[in-house]
Design a binder for this molecule. Sequence first.
Ligand code: ZN
Length: 360
Amino acid sequence: MRNPMTITLALLLCLLPSFISAQEKGPADDLWILYKQGQFEEVVAQGRVLLVTHTETAQVNLAVGRSLVHLEKFDDAFPYLTKSAQMDPQKTWVYAWAQVYLGLVNWKLGDDNRASQAFILARDCVATKNATRSAVTYMLRLGLSEFFADWVPLETEHFSFRISGRLKNFDRIAFVRRHEEAYAKITKWFGGQPEEKIRFLLWSSQEEADEGGIGTLGFSKPEMFLTHAVIGQTVGHEMTHIISYYALNPTVRNGLINEGIAVFMDQTNRDQMERARSLRDGGKSEEIRVSIPAMWEDWSLAPSEYSYPLAGAFVSMLIENGGKDKFFEFFLDQSYQHAQLVYGSDLSGWIENFEDKLYQ
Ligand SMILES: [Zn+2]
């Protein structure tokens, strides 16, 4: 299981403030230096001393509250962030960031309404570009902005579904049941699972996603336990990204392997080698031919409708030839170099056979 602190850090470090030098001197200055260094325990300890020795400011509360969020102490962070927002009636950057973090805390504590309200307050005070952008991004990714007002929430044991209101005559119950069934199979295969529910947003079409501004579907953000999918995707692909991430904790991820395992586990039982072979020259004027090591280095070498089944077939071959234990060992670092290390001299022969089969 991945250290939960690392997850939140990965999620939030992009939000580090760059405002410190621009501000007037105050009791929080030293706290921000420690904060930037990632010394969150120290910020909390020193900040609490400041707060009880009558040097309470909005900034000190903010530094302590934000540090507690990074330490995954969401309940503890709550009063400091609330106080920070209250102590900044001018609604400056301090208020804006307090609301962004209140949004995060409420989301983590499972209160979507309050999370949404806080993100909206952060966005609408337009105090600083970064805070506004963070609030907008979180709301969009988590499905909390006004755009999602008519989406249907559905909670199951392992998913927190948000289903587009434009999907009429859609059997939601069958959809969520299929996902729970696939989740059970996939987590069993990997021998592990995420410690939080997967927030699963189901869009009616790519056009709707374009309108909402979310980008190309589907995709998953394992660090946020988050999937955005479109109707018609396979049941297993996206959840495999999240489950494999938490079951095996890969430190080096690679397109060929990471997409390959998701295709391999997509629960369609399609023959991916056959799919790749038929797509290779299926009506295209130019036959696609790429080497596996080249694709390992550069996942964008071939069009995705071809590279995905190819990757699925390749991962299937690795598991068949080397076994599941070896594959799990290799999966931690998905680079070609690590594959050579784990599979030794067998690998080049396997790749040669694979390419022969693919291009014969
Ligand atoms: Zn994928």
